[in-house]
Design a protein around this ligand. Structure first.
Ligand code: ADP
Length: 298
């Protein structure tokens, strides 16, 4: 099993000719609503690629939360650990996009901020059947650190996608099997400006020295650089016509967990994840753009 722990949001998007200035009302927009949140995006990516996924998330006491749970179930995701937080609303992102694609985003995390130690303890019953835990940083950091500590005690491997960028304790880093920052996140964690293979290697070394077993830095259209004690290398991206890179990283992480849980090598798993992410950038949206297993041709 792959246990994903993280956020679930509903993205409400209005596309209009112009972004409103403070105090201004702009008519003439078009409205779209999408399921989002890094946790949900990664859980859905893994499920669409054939992973056996269980998702621990917090939703609100509202219709958005109920709808989210239903959509996860339709994809075969085990939702038995998802709790609805009394009196709180589900996570919502309000996104305004203008005619040039410029955006303005406001997020109300709602129930995503209500993770408690007891919520994390609820995974005890499934950890015995879990090969990989996949987690991001859109839920409170102390809860992520508690999760990582628990998994390390039980010998369950953790893949941490440190997004959005935030600092993590050394003891947390030292307990990770895999960390998967993008260029910005790698810089935030190491102080090394990352833009190519060489700078990625330098940043990856800093993370390796912190005790992470395997470092994978995603480099957008350049692919992914990986480093551990015995091997390193750049796994180039697939060359595609990119249309919308939303959730490329989420697709990468969900796919990586699926391939690793199947027992594929680190390098083959990165190749699989690059392929899945490369397909997602050729299509609009987050979860809707993510490929199904039969679309992956290596
Ligand atoms: P994030 O979305 O978190 O910023 P990246 O931009 O590094 O992450 O992208 C994650 C992965 O998605 C990359 O390692 C690569 O495999 C794939 N990818 C992203 N952008 C492109 C692109 N333009 N062409 C092909 N693959 C891409």
């Amino acid at each position: 099993k792959i246990l994903v722990v993280g956020s679930s949001n509903t993205d409400m998007v209005i596309k209009a000719p112009e972004l409103p200035r403070p105090g201004e009302t702009v008519l003439g927009g078009e409205f779209f609503s999408f399921a989002g949140g890094k946790g949900a995006n990664q859980a859905v990516a893994a499920a669409k690629l054939g992973g056996d996924v269980i998702f621990l998330a917090k939703v609100g006491d509202d219709e958005l939360g109920k709808n989210a749970i239903q959509s996860f179930q339709k994809l075969g995701i085990d939702t038995s650990l998802i709790r609805s937080a009394k009196g709180l609303h589900s996570g919502v992102a309000l996104i305004l996009i203008d005619g040039n694609g410029e955006n303005s985003i406001s997020v109300a995390s709602g129930a995503n901020n209500s993770f408690t130690l007891a919520d994390i303890d609820s995974i005890d019953e499934v950890l015995g059947q879990t090969e990989f835990v996949l987690v991001q940083l859109e839920i409170p950091i102390p809860m992520v650190e508690y999760l990582v500590e628990k998994c390390s005690e039980k010998g369950v491997k953790v893949i941490l996608n440190p997004a959005p960028a935030a600092k993590l304790s050394l003891s947390c880093l030292a307990a990770l099997n895999i960390i998967t920052p993008n260029e910005t996140e790698a810089e935030m964690l190491t102080g090394v400006k990352v833009s190519d293979e060489k700078s990625a290697e330098k940043a990856a070394h800093v993370l390796l020295e912190s005790g992470v077993e395997n470092v994978i830095i995603t480099l957008g259209a350049k692919g992914s650089f990986f480093l551990n004690r015995v091997e390193k290398g750049l796994v180039p991206a697939f060359s595609v016509q990119a249309l919308d890179t939303t959730a490329a990283g989420d697709t990468f992480n969900g796919a990586l967990a699926v391939a690793l849980a199947e027992g594929q090598s680190l390098k083959d798993s990165i190749l699989f994840a690059n392929r899945a992410a490369s397909i997602s950038v050729t299509r609009m949206g987050a979860q809707d753009s993510q490929p199904f297993r039969h679309e992956i041709i290596l």
